[in-house]
Each structure stands twice: as C-alpha cells, then as structure tokens.
Design a protein around this ligand. Structure first.
Ligand SMILES: C[S@@+](CC[C@H](N)C(=O)[O-])C[C@H]1O[C@@H](n2cnc3c(N)ncnc32)[C@H](O)[C@@H]1O
Length: 258
C-alpha cells in the first residue's frame, strides 16, 4: 500500500493505484479521499513508485475505521439469521423479541426438543433466526422450521412454511406431517380468543406433546382452556417496549423459563 498527503487532502492508494490511474475508484469520507484501483502488478503507472509518502496517525486511524465499518456492514448484510434481520411491520402485528429473550427461548427449544428433535416456530421467526445462528449449545442436534405469514421469511428456503392462522391446517404434508415436532413455539399475531383458538388447532396438529406459547398475560385463561398451558415466571421482552404485558406458557415443567 502506498499513501501520501496532497494539498491538505489525504490520499490512500492500495496496491499500485495512483490518483491518476484510469481504473481508480474514488470514495469520499469526511475530509478523507480514498483512491483504490484494480491495476494488476506490472501494469504501467503514470507516476513513479519511488515516492513513498506517509499518512498521519489520525488519517490512518480514520482509514482503518472506514474499512472496519465497510466490513461490518457487509457482515450484517450477509447475516440473514440475526434477530431483526427483517424489519418489523406493525401492520402484520410484528414485534420482535430482544436478543436475550430470543436466546432464552431458543435454548429452551433445544433443551426440550432433545437430540434429533424437530422444532416448529409458529409465528415467531426470531426464535428460528436465533436457532439458525448456530452458536447455541446443542443446536446442531436439532432441526427447525419457521411457519410464517410474512413471505419475506421465504429467504429461509425449505425451512420456511407459509402459514395463515385463518387456515390452521393448510400445511404442506411433507414438511408438517401430524405430530411431527417435539416442541411447537407459538406467538400468535393477535390477543383474541378467535386467533388463539385457531392457532391451538395448528399447535395440536403439529406437536408431539410439548407446547411453548408466548402471548399477552390477558390470554392466560384462554391458553389454559384451549391448550392446558400454565404461565411461566420468565418475562419475555421485545426490542421495542410493548404496552401489553407478555408472558410465556408451557404444558410441561420448564427450568429455563421458571
Ligand atoms: C406478535 S408477532 C410474534 C413475533 C415474535 N415476537 C418474534 O420475535 O419472533 C406475531 C407474528 O405473527 C405473524 N402473523 C401476522 N399475520 C399472521 C397470520 N394471518 N397468520 C399467522 N401469522 C401471522 C407476524 O408476521 C409475526 O411474526
């Protein structure tokens, strides 16, 4: 890398690039001008290679920061499994968990599914994303699918299943045969008995037995009546604070959520 300062403007040249190279790329960042080029070694250059000027420590630091930000932005753009990778659409009643809650629920799912277990994330894509990030203990022993109404989640390929609670049993037979999931985690879009009773039809169809429901505290009675679920002490939290108190409910004893 060759660098020099010219008329108070910092120039950084990568490889054999010069500001005069016809194949240069120019980027502006505050007072920093950055030239790079894709010249190959050996290509003719219009200035001498001998003048090896210096950049100040501050300019070098700014340049480093610029490259770090570029790298981070690229990594984030690639990370389709980060919680919140898909922006919330409140029109679809989308309120994502914060990282801590998504992690706790994903860990619970892994623990309850057991080795070789299948996990269904029903209208709770953050749990699916947290699982697929792949860094939680035991995650390689389980498989997961996300059943969602929002087709933006179809980026997850075969692990995405379109789901509308209004048609609770309209599910693909190959991915969702009856009683084929060791645990079903559900977070229905609406706090109503009508919505929960339809979601319950799907949950009862898919689950081998274990159910974890996240919904409003006001749904406790319906959750108990429809699916025999009991409230846990763990308080799920969202990335944006919600006015409604949310709770988790299970039909089994949970250590992580009590
Ligand atoms: C309250 S949010 C739960 C999201 C969860 N907190 C998370 O972070 O993953 C409700 C979810 O239901 C989905 N949804 C909206 N309309 C739906 C429908 N008609 N049928 C099934 N799911 C629906 C939304 O896309 C959203 O993911």
């Amino acid at each position: 890398m060759r660098m020099f300062k010219e008329q108070g403007v910092s120039l950084a040249l990568c490889l054999r690039a010069t500001p005069f190279c016809p194949r240069r790329h120019l980027q502006h960042r505050q007072s920093l001008l950055i030239y790079t080029c894709d010249c190959q070694q050996g290509e003719s250059m219009s200035d001498s290679d001998d003048d090896v000027p210096q950049l100040s420590a501050a300019t070098l630091a700014a340049l480093q920061e610029f490259y770090d930000e570029q790298k981070m932005g690229q990594e984030q753009a690639n990370d389709i499994y980060s919680v919140g990778a898909v922006e919330e659409d409140w029109g679809m009643s989308q309120f994502w968990y914060n990282e801590e809650t998504a992690t706790r629920l994903a860990e619970e799912a892994i623990q309850q599914a057991g080795k070789g277990g299948r996990i269904a994330c029903l209208s709770c894509p953050s749990v699916y994303q947290r699982l697929r990030k792949g860094d939680l203990e035991g995650v390689s022993d389980v498989t997961a699918v996300v059943l969602e109404y929002d087709r933006r989640f179809s980026v997850y390929g075969d692990e995405f299943v379109f789901y509308d609670y209004n048609n609770p049993l309209a599910l693909p037979e190959n991915i969702c045969p009856p009683q084929s999931f060791n645990i079903v985690i559900a977070d229905p879009p609406y706090l109503s008995e009508e919505c929960l009773s339809k979601v319950a039809v799907t949950v009862n169809f898919l689950s081998k037995g274990k159910t974890l429901l996240c919904t409003g505290a006001i749904m406790e009675e319906h959750a108990n009546k429809l699916m025999d679920l009991k409230m846990c002490s763990f308080l799920p939290k969202h990335s944006h604070n919600l006015a409604n108190e949310f709770r988790c409910y299970t039909n089994y004893k949970s250590q992580l959520l009590s």
